[in-house]
Design a protein around this ligand. Structure first.
Ligand code: NDP
Length: 331
């Protein structure tokens, strides 16, 4: 399958181009808002065609799939254009800056009959799949609580719009909390109903944009999930824990782009590591997307999954702004 990239982004360069090529698909063209960035990016990444016009890219009949990885405020308009042109779309998270916009994207794709997926990579990790399997297999009984440790150090080359411009969808919540939400939904097979949160505008923040957040999500089952997300934690370890009536699962070094980390089950019998056969998270995403386009399966994370994570993120933003618990609503 031939892909067009909308966005000369770091994530495309560091992970997605290689992932697309790894499954035998082709990256045909890239579009950037800047001619020189498009040219540099295309040359650096061995992409034949480049330009500044999304419309021209979408006229190419050979391109079936579009990967949207621009800044967050552009995802909606660019995805809708691609869907309108009959292309299948893999869009970066957050899908949009409002729940209504994301819902419009999901509906447009349904009406057009194209695949529309969200690039929530973490659910593709073997660690998170193992957590989901363990819970579904009853290894910890009824899940009661979860704790997510996702405080990281934002590298200097990404310290631009993410920490400075909330109009572009910057801030830690739409960047990281949406991933936590999707990962928890995947592991627990449960959906959020309500959130409460407090934010911090710490040492990386510009214009008061939140660079750290702590909060709690209540899920339909009654489970409470505590989360800590940050751009400012230079030496923190990531992880996730699920505490159940019959045992606890402790996963360490798993909120990451890399295929790594470990999962330990603790119960009456003691503690033991679960076997994990790590695989590249982004290759899995692209393979599943390609299979979905071929009509053989579903994408790893659908547009509706992206809608859920965004709705939760928006509720977290509102809770931090108002000091109140906020319901998670999909419309
Ligand atoms: P980048 O800042 O690297 O790229 C985003 C956009 O910024 C690019 O499309 C580019 O626009 C623009 N840009 C880059 N350099 C400049 C510049 N010098 N001046 C002006 N604009 C510039 O962001 P990321 O790659 O980190 O993130 C892109 C998207 O991917 C975001 O939505 C993010 O949330 C998501 N993401 C997802 C991850 C995942 O694992 N699923 C991980 C990381 C990010 P143009 O295309 O016009 O050149």
């Amino acid at each position: 399958m031939k892909w067009g990239l909308i966005g000369a982004s770091t994530i495309a360069q560091e992970w997605m181009i290689e992932a697309i090529r790894s499954i035998g698909d082709e990256v045909s063209a890239v579009v950037s808002a800047s001619e020189s960035r498009a040219e540099d990016f295309a040359k650096h990444n061995g992409i034949k065609k480049y330009g500044t016009s999304v419309e021209e890219l979408l006229l190419d009949p050979d391109i079936q799939a579009i990967y949207v990885s621009t800044q967050n405020h552009l995802h909606k308009v660019q995805s809708l254009k691609a869907i309108g042109a009959g292309k299948h779309v893999l869009c970066e998270k957050p899908l949009a800056l409002s729940v209504a916009d994301a819902a419009e994207m999901v509906s447009a794709a349904e009406e057009a009959g194209v695949v529309f997926a969200t690039n929530h990579h973490l659910r593709n990790a073997e660690s998170h799949k193992a957590l989901r399997r363990a819970i579904q297999g009853g290894m910890i009984g009824k899940p009661l609580a979860a704790r997510v440790f996702h405080a990281v150090s934002l590298p200097p080359h990404l310290q631009g719009w993410r920490i400075a411009d909330s109009d572009n969808g910057g801030g830690v919540i739409l960047d990281i909390t949406v991933h936590d939400t999707d990962t928890l939904r995947f592991i627990l097979n449960d959906d959020p109903v309500e959130v409460t949160a407090l934010t911090q505008a710490g040492e990386l923040s510009v214009n008061g944009v939140a660079d750290s957040v702590m909060g709690v999500i209540r899920f339909k089952s009654g489970l409470l999930a505590q989360f800590h997300d940050a751009f400012t934690a230079k030496y923190a370890e990531t992880g996730i824990e699920i505490i159940g009536t019959e045992g606890t699962l402790v996963a360490r070094n798993v909120m990451t782009q890399f295929p790594e980390g470990e999962v330990v089950l603790i119960n009456q019998a003691g503690s033991r590591k679960l076997f994990l056969e790590h695989a590249n998270l982004y290759e899995t995403a692209v393979r599943d997307f390609s299979e979905a386009v071929a009509g053989r399966s579903q994408p790893a994370a659908s547009g509706v999954d992206g809608l859920w994570s965004l709705a939760t993120g928006i509720a977290v933003v509102e809770s931090a702004n108002t000091g109140k618990a906020v319901p998670v609503v999909l419309e």
